[in-house]
Every structure is written in structure tokens, then in C-alpha cells.
Design a protein around this ligand. Structure first.
Ligand code: AR6
Length: 197
């Protein structure tokens, strides 16, 4: 038979196992959003593309963004001469409702060195946000970076995404008023729900 104190202890453990490891912060939560759907439909100052090092388009969200933006996007990308993994570059949005596209290159997930993958993924979010702030962008939407063909597990990726965004929003007197995580499928949606307090 459990005492009252023991009962509390058990329920706290259960709560901790399902809740985010971050505590809710009003100043941050007011600026962070989560939505499910197609990022190419979002009317924001910038959307973040999960690109590859060539920046010349591909499948997944990259293909969808290029199709929706039109051929002018590829033209501008050709002049950028690629992008290294963990870095970010910015273009216009052309026919997209979003004004700009920030292209970042996530890591191909390495099961043998998950810490290295995490460092590179963190860098994608950091570099994208820093670039956005430099460009005076106020509202930004992130597609899942590396969570498709690059094989990054959704829950681990959502933790990195959430943690990096929270740190940057807390650290800087940043121009950002809204950071939206865009989940395309239920698996990513569930992962973000767990990571965001
Ligand atoms: N809107 C929002 N999210 C989307 C959309 C969309 N329209 N389409 C897919 N996603 P992926 P990666 C989600 O594979 O893993 C490309 O060929 C999808 O559910 O697009 O970083 C590039 O050129 C997933 O969670 O990107 C690279 O070669 C997330 O977008 C390579 O894929 C990322 O999946 C990059 O792989």
C-alpha cells in the first residue's frame, strides 16, 4: 500500500515521462507556434527549406518549395554556389506567399555518431535564425530539417529544434515575433508536441 507521499512521487514520475523537458515560458511560448500542413502555403516573412549542398532543388519539401516558387528560385540558387551542411543562405520567395526562403542543409543522420548529427542540426537552426535576424525577418516557419530522406529521428530532431529556438529567442533582443514549426505528417506533429512545453 502506497502512502500519500509515495503516490505523489509516482504521479510525478509519470508526468515527467510524458511532458517536455523544458518548462513553459510565456515570453517564448507567445512567439513559438506549431502547425500541420504544407509549408509552401504559409504567408510568413521567411520559410526554411531542408535543402542539399547543391541548393539546386531535390525531392521532399525542397522539391515542393521549388515547384511553388517557380523557376526564378532555381536561377537565384544557381548563383549561390551551394551551401555547406549546417549553414544557411537566403533567397527571395518569388511565387510563394512567403517573402523569402532560407535554405539550410541538414545532416544525413549518422546512427554511429548521433552527437555529430545533433551538432550539425543545431547549427542549421542557429544559422537560419541568425540570418533571419540579420535580414530583419519577423516571422519564420521551419520545415522539419533532416527528418525525411536524411533519416533523422523525429523526436530527437524536434528536441534539437525546440531547444535551439528557445535559446536564441531567450538570448537575443531579436526581431523575431513568430517562429512556427511546420509538421507535414502525424509523426513529426507528435514529436513537436512532446518537445514544446
Ligand atoms: N511542407 C512541409 N513539410 C514537408 C513538405 C511540405 N510541402 N514536404 C515534406 N515535408 P525532406 P531532408 C517534410 O526529405 O530529410 C531533398 O531531396 C517531411 O515530412 O524533404 O532534410 C533535398 O534536396 C520531413 O519531415 O528533407 C535533400 O537532398 C521534412 O519535410 C534531402 O531531401 C524534411 O524531409 C534533404 O532531406
Amino acid at each position: 500500500i502506497l502512502t500519500v507521499t509515495q503516490l505523489y512521487a509516482v504521479s510525478e514520475v509519470k508526468a515527467a515521462a510524458t511532458a517536455s523537458r523544458y518548462s513553459a515560458s510565456r515570453s517564448i511560448n507567445d512567439r513559438v507556434g506549431l502547425t500541420k500542413g504544407d509549408i509552401t502555403r504559409l504567408s510568413l516573412d521567411a520559410i526554411v527549406n531542408a535543402a542539399n549542398t547543391t541548393l539546386l532543388g531535390g525531392g521532399g519539401v525542397d522539391g515542393a518549395i521549388h515547384r511553388a516558387a517557380g523557376p526564378e528560385l532555381l536561377e537565384e540558387c544557381e548563383a549561390l554556389q551551394g551551401c555547406r551542411t549546417g549553414q544557411a543562405k537566403i533567397t527571395e520567395g518569388y511565387r510563394l506567399p512567403a517573402k523569402h526562403v532560407i535554405h539550410t542543409v541538414g545532416p544525413v543522420y549518422n546512427v554511429l555518431d548521433p552527437k555529430h548529427s545533433a551538432r550539425l542540426l543545431r547549427s542549421c537552426y542557429e544559422e537560419s535564425l541568425k540570418l533571419a535576424v540579420r535580414e530583419g525577418i519577423k516571422t519564420i516557419g521551419f520545415s522539419g530539417i533532416s527528418t525525411g530522406v536524411y533519416g533523422y529521428p523525429s523526436r530527437d530532431a524536434a528536441e534539437v529544434a525546440c531547444d535551439t529556438v528557445r535559446r536564441l529567442l531567450a538570448a537575443e533582443a531579436s526581431s523575431l515575433t513568430r517562429v512556427v514549426f511546420v509538421a507535414f505528417d502525424e509523426k513529426d506533429m507528435a514529436a513537436y508536441r512532446e518537445a514544446i512545453p
